[in-house]
Design a binder for this molecule. Sequence first.
Ligand code: SF4
Length: 337
Amino acid sequence: MADTRKRVLLAAPRGYCAGVDRAVVTVERALELYGPPVYVRKEIVHNKHVVTTLQKHGAVFVDETDEVPEGATVVFSAHGVAPVVHDEARALSLRTIDATCPLVTKVHREAVRFASSDYDILLIGHEGHEEVVGTAGEAPEHIQLVDGPDDVANVSVRDPEKVVWLSQTTLSVDETMETVRRLRERFPSLQDPPSDDICYATQNRQLAVRQMAADCDLMIVVGSRNSSNSVRLVEVALEHGSRAGHLVDYADEIDAAWLEGVSTVGVTSGASVPEILVRGVLDYLAARGFDDVSAVTAAQESLVFALPNEIRRDLKAAGMSDTMRHDGGFVESGSLH
Ligand code: SF4
């Protein structure tokens, strides 16, 4: 196949969302402000490169709050935590900075509100995912997990007239709607969440992939295996017509055999992925003749969240800027906004 037919479709939006950007900058600023070590409960965001870069600068990632020494600083990850984790931190006199994405906090609030009205809450999400554990922890007696359409048959509720569904923020839109459809077959009075729980960033990244998938012989999604929204992008690409699809953390994970007989490669990245890793993939492809790159733009994004209040207060007191920044940090994000 002639090189001239080789091309790349580059999805937009891709990569960092506002919640990831805020969480990563929070850890960077905490390291500058308090000095290392700064403890982080769980991976701040699900990306190998981000985690290893922050580790090099003094972030210490732990699985549980009791691994943090008494009185130390701990950052809670973008995925959110259950109230019990805040209690544990208080008991250890930890200085806490909560980097939970505000869009995850919104789902927590919905859960609390429906639980206080004594609803059965059907939380659509992936078993064991940190976000789901955190949300379910807001009202464990009222929430049951529904892990995809096939799990609907296992649901039982106290009163079919008082049931609401909520969801993890990073799910496949299509699959979630199928789960809701089956739930509604069983519980016709099922109430919808007050607003979309699947967040704008997840929806926009899936939309861009849907728009270009049918034109792609291969879709390369940059992202880590434990990143829910990145894994979903590969699934969406395959469901919408891409002949093949693979998830890679780094360009050197691309198998040259994937490119055999391929003329159009789609490239995108999950919401926790710094743009530098996408550039690595584009360089790899360009070196193999795929240097004709066109953007496929499904949406414009401009959302930026303020840093968590706890760190803004301390930054101000130290005479440091308390605004979000998109350069000069340890992790080169190349963020889109
Ligand atoms: S993917 Fe969505 S919910 Fe998760 S951190 Fe990003 S904006 Fe927030």
